[in-house]
Design a protein around this ligand. Structure first.
Ligand code: DC
Length: 232
C-alpha cells in the first residue's frame, strides 16, 4: 500500500553507529525515523516490570502484543513512553538490552511487532534502524545499508560513551564480552538473524568517521534518485 514511500534501511550490530547515522540521515532527508530496537527494548522492559519469565515465549509475546507505547518528539529528543510512563532512559540500561536480545529471538514476538514497524512508513519517507529492516520488515526498500565495525572498535566506542556520560570504573573487557555475546545471539538465532540483505550496501565503519559514513549513504541516496542532488 505504502510501496511508493521510500525507505532507507540501516541494519547492523550494536555499536556500529547506526543510531547516530540514522538520526543524521533523518535530519538531512526530512524522513521520519524508526528505532526498531526500541520496540524490542520496550517489550523487554514490559516483561521485567510485569515479572514475566522471559524463558516463556507465549507470555513474552502477550506483552509484545499489548505494548502501549508512544514516541513523543520534542525539540531536544524523542521521548519514549510505556503505558504513559517516560522510559526513555530506562530502556537504554544494559540489563534491558540483554533482555531485549533474548525476547527478540522469539518468532512470535517478531511477528507481533511487524505491523507496528511497517506503520512507520509514512510520507515523505522513512529511515529504519535495526537488524532485519532490509531482510524482513521492508524487503522492497530502495536503499539498504548494512553498517558494521569490528567488535573491538564497537566496545571502544561504548566505553568512550559511558566515560563521557560520567560512568566510573567502566570494565572494557566485560563490555567487549557482552558485545560478542549479543552478536552471537543476534547472528545465530533462527528468526530473522542479523545478516545483510542480498541487495544491501555493506559499510565497515571501523576506520570511518561518522561524517564519512553519512556522506557515503547520502551520495548513494542521490545516485538512486531518492533525493534531489542539492540536498545534503
Ligand atoms: O539496537 P538495539 O541495541 O537497541 O537493539 C536491542 C536488541 O533488539 C538487540 O539485541 C537486537 C534486537 N533487535 C532485533 O532483533 N531486531 C531489530 N530490528 C532491532 C533490534
Amino acid at each position: 500500500m505504502n510501496q511508493h514511500i521510500p525507505v532507507i534501511t540501516v541494519d547492523g550490530p550494536s555499536g556500529s553507529g547506526k543510531g547516530t547515522i540514522c538520526k543524521l540521515l533523518a535530519e538531512a532527508t526530512g524522513y521520519s525515523l524508526l528505532d526498531s530496537g526500541a520496540l524490542y527494548r520496550l517489550t523487554a522492559l514490559a516483561c521485567i516490570k510485569a515479572g514475566v519469565n522471559t524463558a516463556d515465549e507465549s507470555q513474552v509475546t502477550q506483552q509484545a502484543q499489548q505494548l502501549q507505547i508512544e514516541f513523543k518528539v520534542t525539540p531536544a529528543q524523542v521521548l519514549v513512553l510505556l503505558a504513559g510512563q517516560d522510559v526513555t532512559q530506562a530502556i537504554r540500561e544494559e540489563v534491558v538490552g540483554m533482555t531485549a536480545s533474548t525476547v527478540a529471538a522469539y518468532p512470535a514476538v517478531r511477528e507481533a511487532l511487524l505491523q507496528r514497524q511497517r506503520n512507520f512508513q509514512q510520507a515523505p519517507g522513512l529511515v529504519a534502524d535495526g537488524r532485519d529492516m532490509g531482510t524482513v520488515v521492508f524487503p522492497a526498500a530502495p536503499l539498504k545499508i548494512f553498517l558494521t565495525a569490528s567488535a573491538e572498535e564497537r566496545a571502544r566506542r561504548r566505553v568512550k560513551q559511558l566515560e563521557e556520560a560520567g560512568v566510573k570504573g567502566v570494565n572494557s573487557e566485560k563490555i567487549l564480552q557482552d558485545i560478542q555475546a549479543r552478536d552471537e545471539r543476534d547472528q545465530n538465532r533462527s528468526a530473522a538473524p542479523l545478516i545483510p540483505a542480498a541487495d544491501a550496501l555493506v559499510l565497515d565503519s571501523t576506520q570511518m568517521s561518522i561524517t564519512e559514513v553519512h556522506n557515503s549513504i547520502m551520495a548513494e541516496a542521490k545516485s538512486r534518485k531518492l533525493l534531489a542532488a542539492g540536498e545534503n
